[in-house]
Design a protein around this ligand. Structure first.
Ligand code: ATP
Ligand code: MG
Length: 175
């Protein structure tokens, strides 16, 4: 099972953001992320055995006790040229989100799981367009309302030719 922890978006905001993604893909080519797939990854786990799931869910529940309800605001759009990926960041920086991601990672590691690329810095981002055909030189910031990240989820990712399908396996609301 290919698994990751992420923050889902409120549906109305996902719809608005997906419309931006579609229009950016119209301008720069590539595949816009559909509303149902928009998310902010907290921690990528990679492939785990289904038998590991109960221990992982237990570790997540333990970490969830420190899950802070966060108000998040979209920041500038950016591109990772090598990945041909266009994403939206957060503004201002949200240290509590990075802290929670690190805490979730260490809780999961203490439960015996190894996290791929655990040393990589956490860059909160929402991928909007994949496989850009042209790289934009300037991107204006998105004008979208702030959103309350009230819960995080464990998602199973199944990758298909027409894009990934994510299935929630657990959800933890703010206490
Ligand atoms: P696809 O890979 O089919 O383009 P996807 O990237 O959405 O679709 P996954 O590769 O399963 O699907 O990734 C799920 C989430 O985990 C995405 O937010 C992705 O950016 C993130 N992710 C994937 N691989 C890593 C990794 N090695 N390190 C950190 N995050 C990752
Ligand atoms: Mg991927």
């Amino acid at each position: 099972m290919r698994l990751f922890f992420a923050l889902p978006l409120p549906p109305a905001l996902a719809t608005a953001l997906a419309a931006h993604a579609a229009s950016l893909a119209g301008e720069y080519g590539g595949r816009p992320v559909p509303a149902v797939n928009l998310h902010l990854t907290l921690l990528f786990l990679g492939d785990l055995a289904a038998t590991d799931l109960p221990a992982l869910l237990a570790a997540a529940s333990q970490a969830a006790q420190a899950w802070p309800r966060l108000d998040l605001q979209f920041g500038p759009l950016a591109v990772w040229p090598h990945q041909r990926l266009l994403w939206a960041g957060l503004q201002p920086a949200v240290p509590k989100l990075a802290e929670f991601s690190a805490m979730l990672r260490s809780t999961v590691e203490r439960a015996g799981f190894s996290v791929p690329e655990a040393g990589r810095p956490f860059v909160p981002h929402l991928t909007l367009v994949r496989k850009l055909t042209r790289l934009p030189e300037f991107l204006p910031p998105l004008q979208l309302p702030a959103w309350g990240a009230t819960r995080f989820e464990l998602l199973q990712s199944t990758r298909t030719a027409s894009g990934a399908i994510y299935r929630p396996l657990g959800a933890w609301p703010a206490p």
